[in-house]
Design a binder for this molecule. Structure first.
Ligand code: G3P
Ligand code: CA
Length: 271
């Protein structure tokens, strides 16, 4: 059975979750403390953190497997030590790409480690953490759990809503589930055609996950209702305009990932 029997009340489908995708990444350089802070200021319920792992086994907040797009470095994250990655500028690319939103304080921002993010925001904030490219990083799940345990974000007492773990890799999620069945998991799916989902697929997901996240562009009301009817949470990504947000809420989604948590907050407030 899914571990949804005993999940935290804040994860019930009645609470619409506003997830700051890579932080408030529509406003500030993704996966920097600045973008996460803005997500919190805009009342996002969760800070979304994508994970990559350095050559020396440190988990860092970064979307891509390579440094090129979001830093002034080049090449694969896994070929660099944390000390090397700490030398990079993770903010200037944003100023160059989005001159209208450029800010001098973004110049020279560091790539944060997962630990630094947790140290900065503490236990009062909530983290929606993705194991990216787990096949490239053996031991990623163990390292992640170790960090979460170190900061008491997962524990024996209750499956915590402080942390949700998400992945496109069912293997990675099943490994997490084996290592600690109390951590709530979200299976990510990417549809390239109009989405349908069978009872068999849903039952399989429910054996380890409490919810699903998928590209919102391929789903419809029937899909959303079917997922909800199985008691799973449904958090589509990455929804940036208000019309789409409102439509998805009408269909019954239980939250969503957005680069604009400010917009989602307004849509939720005005309903
Ligand atoms: O994790 C939800 C969404 O972020 C998945 O896509 O590529 O932005 O990590 P991506
Ligand atoms: Ca993600």
């Amino acid at each position: 059975a899914a571990s949804s029997d005993n999940i935290h009340p804040s994860l019930t489908p009645n609470k619409i979750l506003n997830v700051s995708h890579r932080g408030a990444s529509g406003h500030a350089p993704e996966h920097t403390i600045a973008a996460y802070e803005l997500g919190v200021a805009m009342k996002g319920d969760y800070i979304e953190v994508d994970l990559q792992m350095t050559k020396d086994g440190e988990l860092i907040a970064m979307h891509d497997e390579t440094l090129d797009r979001t830093t002034n470095g080049t090449g694969l994250v896994k070929n660099y030590t944390l000390a090397e990655i700490k030398e990079l500028d993770a903010g200037s690319w944003f100023n160059e790409r989005y001159p209208d939103m450029a800010k001098p304080e973004y110049v020279g921002l560091e790539v944060p480690t997962l630990e630094e993010v947790i140290q900065h925001f503490g236990k009062d904030k909530r983290y929606y953490i993705e194991t990216k490219s787990p096949a490239v990083y053996p031991g990623m799940e163990e390292e992640l759990l170790q960090v979460l345990e170190k900061y008491n974000l997962v524990g024996q007492n209750a499956p915590s809503s402080k942390v949700l773990i998400q992945s496109f890799s069912a293997e990675s999620l099943k490994k997490m589930h084996q290592l600690n069945p109390d951590v709530p998991l979200i299976q990510l799916i990417s549809y390239s055609k109009p989405a349908t989902i069978t009872d068999e697929e849903l039952n399989e997901y429910m054996s380890y996950a409490i919810g699903l996240g998928m590209n919102y562009t391929r789903i419809n009301q029937e899909y959303v209702q079917k997922v909800r009817d199985h008691g799973l949470l449904i958090h589509p990504y990455t929804v940036n305009n208000k019309e789409d947000m409102a439509r998805l809420l009408d269909w019954g989604v239980t939250g969503m990932f957005t680069n604009y948590p400010d917009r989602l907050r307004e849509v939720i407030k005005n309903r």
